[in-house]
Each structure stands twice: as structure tokens, then as C-alpha cells.
Design a binder for this molecule. Structure first.
Ligand code: ATP
Ligand code: LTN
Length: 335
């Protein structure tokens, strides 16, 4: 316990608005699971955030539990990491309200995720979609983390959180710790298999490999992966001229641990016909134990419930301490 108190803190979340994919795994979750010994880790299902866009209630409920099973199957041991469902910890919405009052309209207007999502969902540009970054700041600051491991696209929200810390601490003293975004160098941006100029995303399912997908479907996607019309058709790392091949090489490198030089040597003189299915096979073998383990865990609803209950209890304990401090600072009467 004493030792745990000295550890640095890491926290992140993913919205259960779609099925987890290879980009989420290589860009985020794989790196989280490597950190449990070094850090005190909190990972959650950001379900409160998903309703900024309409969700089918049954799908949201199912996906939230699937995501928890997949977190565990990816190596996040619930004994070493605090895994919880955001809506189970009311302090998130409570601090979210307070921080809304310390976040400026102008700041929120500059968020690119708001601009993108409001362009995509013109019929539902709701208040929550606009103020979402204040809730994300609350998600983070409740746990006083040192690092927030996210992909490039979330950096702007962590920067906004830092501005809120500066503003709030400037008025009330040292209430919040200043968090740092933590963006991995390798795998930070897995590109789509059908369009290697944009990131792998669940919104383009043909170019996206899902963690729970059947091996034959994964292999089909890799065989159809866009490479290039280069006549030499050789496996060589050239991000500028051969982005599709570079993306496949970086995926292959991430799952096998081999360097680009080793991969070039391995496929010397063989062309894409041999390379693409080899990448497919390597990904299938990486994902197979995750899929099988997730399927097994998902059947054990009692175990999942035990994990998210224990997670909510631990998270609430830590979050409650921060919230009480904030309530006192802003002048609310203690109960
Ligand atoms: P969408 O697929 O709709 O773009 P998403 O999969 O990015 O959504 P998020 O909840 O935004 O879903 O992402 C969860 C985490 O996974 C974030 O930290 C994000 O940066 C990371 N991530 C998502 N896609 C990729 C990718 N292609 N490569 C690397 N990391 C990614
Ligand atoms: N905004 C993130 C998900 C998210 C998050 C967080 C990530 C919500 N709260 C706190 C890190 C820390 C997204 O849309 N991917």
C-alpha cells in the first residue's frame, strides 16, 4: 500500500461507441498493459461521453461489457489496474459541472473533435457534444494522474485540461496536478488498410481490423490491403512513396517485434503476394489469444460484475477525495 502511494499515476479511457480495433490496440491498450508495475493505473469505459452522439441502448450496454472483457484479455489485469465504467462513478459528472464553469466558450469552440462531430451529426449538435472536453478534464483530474496515454487526436483535449488546471489552481491554490499527454512513438497512428492516408477507424470497416473479428475476415482484409502500383513491388520502407507498404510493415513490426531491415530481408525478392498474407497471419496469431480470452471472460458475467464493482469502489474512493477538496475550495457547504 505504502509503495503503491509513491507510484506515478496513469489514466485513460475509450468510448464504447464501437468495437475495439487494431489501431486502438497498438496505439493505446498494448502500451497501457505494459505499465502496470511502474504506475498506478486507471482505465475506464467512457460511456457518459458516448451519448453526445445517439446510441442504441442495448448495443451500448453490450459494448461496454465487451470492452471491459477485451481490456482484460489484452493484458490489463484487474488486480493490478483499476478498471471501471465511467457512469458508475458519479464524481465524474459532479466535477464535470464544476469544470464547465471554468472552461471558456472560446476554448470549447476551437476543439477539432467538436467541429468534426458536429459536421457529421448536423441534426444533433447538442450541449454535451460542445462541453464534452470539460467532462474529459474531470475524468482526468479526479485521479491526479501524471500521464494520460492517448493518440494524437486527443492531445488537444489534454492541452485544454492543462489550461483548466492553470486557471483553477491560479484561483484556489494547488488543487490539481498538471497532467502530461503520453503519446507513444510506435503504433501511435495505424492507418486504414483501404486508405493508408487516413487513420484506421471503425467508421471505415473495410479498412479496419477488429479485435474480435474471425481469422478468415482478417486475412481477407490484409489480402485486399492497398499497397502501390510500383512496378518493383518490393517490400521496402518508404513512407512517402509507399505509404500502404509502410503501414503494413509497421503493423508487422509492432506484432512480431522485427525491425524494418529484418522485414525487408525476410521478404527479399518475394513481392506483395507473399508479404500481405504473412502480415495477416501475424496479426491473426496476435489477436487469437485476445479474442479467445475475451470470449471466455464475456461468458462469465459474475466475474465481470465483480471486476467493475471493485473498480468503481476504488475509483470512487480516489475521485471522492479530489471532489471534496474542490467543493470546499469553491465554497460549497460540506455535508
Ligand atoms: P474512430 O474509429 O471512430 O476514429 P477511435 O477508434 O479513434 O474512433 P477513440 O475512442 O477515439 O476511438 O480512440 C481510443 C484510443 O485509441 C485513443 O487513445 C486513440 O488515440 C487511439 N487510436 C484510435 N485509432 C487509432 C489508430 N488508427 N492508430 C493508433 N491509435 C489509435
Ligand atoms: N475523449 C476520448 C475518450 C476519453 C478519455 C478521457 C481519454 C474520455 N475521457 C480521459 C483519456 C482520458 C476519446 O474520444 N477517445
Amino acid at each position: 500500500m505504502e509503495e503503491q502511494a509513491k507510484k506515478k499515476v496513469m489514466l485513460s479511457g475509450i468510448q464504447p461507441s464501437g468495437d475495439l480495433h487494431l489501431g486502438n490496440y497498438l496505439g493505446a491498450i498494448k502500451n497501457w498493459s505494459a505499465r502496470a508495475e511502474e504506475f498506478d493505473c486507471y482505465y475506464f469505459m467512457a460511456d457518459l461521453h458516448t451519448i453526445t452522439v445517439r446510441q442504441n441502448p442495448a448495443d451500448l450496454r453490450r459494448r461496454t461489457l465487451e470492452q471491459l472483457a477485451q481490456y482484460i484479455a489484452c493484458g490489463l489485469d484487474p488486480k493490478k489496474n483499476t478498471l471501471f465504467i465511467q457512469s458508475h462513478v458519479p464524481e465524474h459528472t459532479q466535477l464535470g459541472w464544476v469544470l464547465n464553469c471554468y472552461t471558456m466558450f472560446g476554448e470549447l469552440s476551437r476543439m477539432t473533435q467538436f467541429k468534426d462531430k458536429s459536421a457529421k451529426h448536423k441534426d444533433n449538435i447538442n450541449g454535451g457534444l460542445f462541453t464534452y472536453p470539460a467532462l474529459m478534464a474531470a475524468d482526468i483530474l479526479l485521479y491526479q494522474p501524471d500521464y494520460v496515454p492517448v493518440g494524437e487526436d486527443q492531445k488537444q483535449h489534454v492541452e485544454l485540461t492543462r489550461n483548466i488546471v492553470q486557471r483553477f489552481n491560479g484561483i484556489y491554490g494547488d488543487v490539481f496536478k498538471m497532467p502530461e499527454p503520453y503519446i507513444p512513438k510506435a503504433g501511435a497512428r495505424v492507418m486504414g488498410l483501404t486508405a493508408p492516408d487516413s487513420k484506421m477507424s471503425k467508421s471505415i470497416p473495410e479498412g479496419c481490423v477488429f479485435l474480435m473479428e474471425k481469422p478468415e475476415d482478417i486475412q481477407r482484409k490484409f489480402k485486399r490491403a492497398v499497397t502501390d502500383s510500383d512496378t518493383e513491388r518490393c517490400v521496402r520502407y518508404d513512407l512517402e512513396h509507399k505509404p500502404g507498404v509502410a503501414n503494413l510493415m509497421s503493423i508487422y513490426s509492432a506484432v512480431t517485434g522485427r525491425s524494418y531491415e529484418e522485414i525487408e530481408r525476410e521478404f527479399d525478392g518475394q513481392g506483395y503476394g507473399a508479404f500481405k498474407p504473412a502480415v495477416g497471419d501475424a496479426v491473426i496469431e496476435t489477436l487469437r489469444p485476445i479474442r479467445e480470452e475475451a470470449e471466455r471472460i464475456l461468458k462469465d458475467k459474475a466475474y465481470l460484475e465483480q471486476v467493475y464493482r471493485a473498480g468503481a469502489e476504488k475509483a470512487s474512493y480516489v475521485a471522492g477525495k479530489t471532489l471534496r477538496k474542490v467543493y470546499k475550495k469553491v465554497g460549497f457547504v460540506a455535508l
